[in-house]
Design a protein around this ligand. Sequence first.
Ligand code: F3S
Length: 278
Amino acid sequence: MEIKLASNYGFCFGVKRAIKIAEDYKNSATMGPLIHNQDEINRLKNDFNVGLYTNLSDVKENDTVIIRTHGIPKNDLKNLRKLNAKVINATCPFVTTPQQIVKKMSSEGYSIVIFGDADHPEVKGVQSYGEDQDDVHIILEPSDLEKISFKNNKIATVAQTTKKKENYLEIVNALILKNKEVRVFNTICDATFENQDAARELSKEVDIMIVIGGKNSSNTKQLHSICLENCPNSYLIENETELENSWFLNKNLCGVTAGASTPDWIIQQVVDKIESFN
Ligand code: F3S
């Protein structure tokens, strides 16, 4: 069986940058998981003694605390600084952008619409930058707009970086139909798209597709759903231990892709294991 890697896969710019920062600050701790990949978080702990704080109450004076790629809510950042912690910001610049847009547009009197998952840390962080929290609305589909009454007659909208552009356009269309002024900011990250386009193409030609990444990672889950559209034998795994020999029986071509938080060493282990089934 032949194995073919997608033309784009794995770590994006923001994740590479965050990991480099964490490696540079040994004996520190990240506020929340740095990226959505437990194996990489374990490696940072074992090799660089980079720990994990889940609560602000874990932080002690003079600790070095790294802000993760998804960012954290504005007040958490403020409170960290009050605790006299040394704060190192590893928020991806593509996440900082919607935070700053929400801050600026809400200060200019715009109602804010965020297209994203309300529970996602990135979205919570972006939301926190709105000046009037009652007028920052997180939605997932156009019908969600029907329940909202905006405080202003001008709307600004941003999207979670990992969302699909097609779905964002549906929301933008619905907003324009009902509002006179809509400022649309395309905050969707191209890195996600490059991986998605490559996965889409590859999944059209293979018999089986392996998607590697954290099961709680939104961009990995999207890669998986894109692959499933073209290749019903698409599997989402976190590492090589989840591979099953039976998946590969009578298959000639296996495609491999990986989410933006998946390190190369995990991808290599998966490829090696698939090769061993040959
Ligand atoms: Fe940043 Fe895009 Fe990666 S938002 S963390 S470069 S997927």
